[in-house]
Design a protein around this ligand. Structure first.
Ligand code: FAD
Length: 404
């Protein structure tokens, strides 16, 4: 048994686990993150780094090609994340000095057909009624002339585009800055695989590791991404998470593209998403298959290797949007596994039947856009008191007790 006891033990060192650790450490709560691989080794370090504005989510997630995600119950969390992100980035930079390549990359949603145009215009106006106008971050429709003036290399096939706000971060550096920020404030990190819990009554007393050692635990947070259902099952709780593979490409081009992201859907995938990252002309395409229920009792069979099919699909989509990118050179293929609940909502709250266990999982394709806001609420729950009551109410529809 390890003797140093932290108030909170967090399982999983992705964006969710380290967002929770950072917020706990900021509030003076001692915590430790246990990660089986390395910091942001899975989806959190392999994604496209988009942090979507509420208006973008309201348009994009309402399109038929959107990834499955139920937006409305999380709207306020998305809002808090988006508007709080510049401050968080500054805080992390002051603490760690890490440049996370934060950029303002508004997102264009191009219309390729009359039907697309009608639907995007409609969604833009609906989004503004819901979220945009009051904050000055409204979505807009750009006619072809305005679009081409803003983004000259865009395909002449495109009739116009929706436009809404989006921030961008370099995902691995972002999680690294959360981890180092948490460490600077007193948190610690342990590389080890959690394999079970020791319990007394309705409380977990320690986390068991694959080495056979145990880590004493006062409170535990399960933030293991798609593997979170596995940890809940060690406590007899069924969390029905589905795992889905998502892929992206990083490419290099001699062309300086305007600083916008592009997002549209084609075929069975929800990409391509094309981001121009700073400082270099680096782009990424994005592909996601439709949900497939992988056997969650055997995560060792989950395959997170990039596929040729996704690569070809992303490149074809990218060239359809920006034909002049023919010279782009592939420098990296990324693939990660996402966790989705059957109702496409994230899972945030106390684990039913257990007094000192919490979960932050099922972030699907929007982990960067949800984790800052959600982690603050989960910290409120953990710390207790009046804040916990408020957080409990706000997270009620996202609680794992909905699966009972
Ligand atoms: C190609 C791609 C593009 C994406 N683009 C975006 C985007 O632009 N914007 C956005 O918001 N989101 C995006 N996402 C989604 C985003 O990456 C996820 O929502 C997010 O990373 C989920 O974070 P997490 O911390 O919950 O899970 P993970 O990143 O999966 O982290 C879970 C961690 O738990 C660890 N773990 C598992 N089991 C154990 C164990 N037994 N013991 C200890 N540790 C364990 C894992 O090793 C892992 O590091 C994208 C994802 C992909 C793959």
């Amino acid at each position: 048994m390890e003797t140093k006891k932290h108030e909170v033990t967090i399982l999983g060192g992705g964006v969710m686990g380290f967002s929770i650790a950072y917020n706990l450490a900021k509030r003076g709560v001692s915590c430790q993150v246990i990660e089986m691989d390395s910091i942001a080794a899975k989806a959190s370090g392999r994604n496209e780094g988009g942090v979507s504005s509420p208006a973008l989510l309201a348009v994009f997630f309402a399109t038929p090609f959107s990834p499955p995600f139920a937006l409305q119950p999380c709207a306020k969390i998305f809002d808090e994340t988006y508007f709080g992100q510049p401050q968080l980035v500054k805080e992390l930079h002051d603490l760690t000095g890490i440049d996370i390549e934060f950029a303002d990359t508004p997102c264009l949603m191009p219309a390729f057909s009359q039907e697309d145009e009608k639907s995007i215009k409609n969604l833009v106006s609906m989004a503004n009624k819901k979220v945009g106008e009051s904050k000055g971050y409204e979505a807009r429709w750009l006619e072809a002339d305005e679009l081409r003036a803003l983004y000259p290399p865009i395909s002449t096939e495109i009739r116009g585009a929706g436009l809404a706000g989006m921030w961008q971060v370099e995902p691995y550096r972002y999680v690294l800055s959360l981890a180092q920020g948490a460490e600077a404030l007193g948190a610690s990190i342990k590389i080890a695989e959690a394999t079970g819990f020791r319990t007394r009554g309705k409380r977990v007393t320690s986390v068991t590791l694959s080495t056979g050692r145990e880590v004493e635990a006062e409170k535990v947070v399960i933030a293991m991404g798609p593997w979170s259902g596995r940890a809940a099952s060690w406590l007899g709780v069924k969390i029905p998470l589905k795992a889905i593979k998502a892929q992206a490409l990083k490419l290099q081009s001699s062309q300086q593209l305007p600083l916008y992201a592009l997002a549209w859907g084609e075929g069975s995938g929800n990409g391509p998403f094309i981001h121009r990252t700073v400082p270099g002309p680096i782009l990424a395409g994005y592909h996601e298959g439709r949900p497939e229920a992988w056997d969650d009792s055997r995560p060792e069979t989950w395959d997170d290797r990039p596929t040729e099919e996704a690569r070809d699909w992303c490149i074809a989509g990218m060239l359809r949007g920006i034909p002049s990118l023919e010279d782009a050179m592939l420098i990296q293929a990324r693939c990660g596994i996402l966790g989705y609940a059957p109702d496409s909502l994230p899972i945030f709250g106390s684990l039913p039947g257990w007094e000192n266990v919490y979960i932050g999982a099922g972030l699907g394709t929007v982990g960067n856009s949800l984790s800052p806001g959600a982690s603050r609420l989960i910290c409120d729950l953990i710390i207790g008191g009046e804040g916990a009551e408020k957080a409990k109410k706000r997270l009620a529809s996202l609680s794992p007790s909905r699966f009972l």
